[in-house]
Design a protein around this ligand. Sequence first.
Ligand SMILES: Nc1ncnc2c1ncn2[C@@H]1O[C@H](COP(=O)(O)OP(=O)(O)OP(=O)(O)O)[C@@H](O)[C@H]1O
Ligand SMILES: [Mg+2]
Length: 253
Amino acid sequence: MSEAAVADRPQGDEPMSVDGMTEVKRDPQELALSLQRVERRFHQGEARLDVLRGVNLDLPRGQVQALVGPSGAGKSTLLQIAGLLEHPDSGDVILAGLSCAGLNDAARTRVRREKLGFVYQFHHLLPEFNALENVVLPQMLAGRSRQEASERAMDLLTSLGVGERATHRPARLSGGEQQRVAIARALANRPAVLLADEPTGNLDEETADGVFNMLIKTIRDEGSALLVATHNPDLARRTDGIARLHNGLIEWA
Ligand SMILES: Nc1ncnc2c1ncn2[C@@H]1O[C@H](COP(=O)(O)OP(=O)(O)OP(=O)(O)O)[C@@H](O)[C@H]1O
Ligand SMILES: [Mg+2]
C-alpha cells in the first residue's frame, strides 16, 4: 500500500490520553508506530485465549512508551506483532506511515530490517565478535561501508557509555555493558522504532537504572521511538506514557 493510501486511513475514534495530554487525531506521518484494532487469540484444545482484543496504540516519533501489565497479559505478544514477527488475527500495524497488513513475507522482512530494532532480556550478541563488530555487522549487511559503519558504531557505543569497551568480546563485558552494546546494535541502522522486551530484566537494580536512562536518552537524541515492556514501575514512570495491558486492551496510565 502506498504511503498516501495510509495517510487517508480513518483514525481510531477514541481520544487517547498520554500523561495528561489528550490526543484526538495525529498526522500518521508523525507516528513511528501505530497499532490499529489488533486482535490475537490462541487456541489450546477447546480453550480459547483472547490475548489482544482490539488494541490501539500510537507511538509518535521521539517518544518512549512503557508497556506494562502482569505476566501473561500479552506484552511480548504485542511486541512480536508490532515487530512483524507474528501476524495479528485482525487489525493493522503501521510503521512510519506504512500499513503492514497486506504485505507478503518478503516485504515484511524488508520492513523489519529497515524500520525496526529489537532488544531482548538477553543480549544475543555474537560471541566471537567484539562489541564494535557486533554493531558494525548489521550496518554492513544493510550496505554501508565498513568505515561509515565503524564511525556510527563508535558514536553509538560512546553515547551509551561503552566506547572504551569497543574491542572487548561479549564474554568480557558486564551484563549492563552487554545490554548497552545490544542497544547500540539495535539502533545501528536508524530504525524508526525500537521494540524492547524487558531489556533490563536481567540486570541488578542500579545497573538497570543506568541502562534504562541511557536507552531513553539515546532514543530521544536519535529521533527514534521506543516501546518497552517492563515489570519495573520506577522505570516505566520515566517514559512519556504508560500503556497498561488489561484484559486484552490498553489502559493509559
Ligand atoms: N504461541 C502461543 N500459543 C499459545 N498461547 C500463547 C502463545 N504465545 C503466548 N501465549 C499465551 O498468551 C498469553 C500472553 O503471553 P505473553 O508472553 O505475551 O505475556 P507477557 O505479558 O509477555 O508475560 P511476561 O510478563 O511473563 O513476559 C499467555 O497466557 C501465554 O501463555
Ligand atoms: Mg513477556
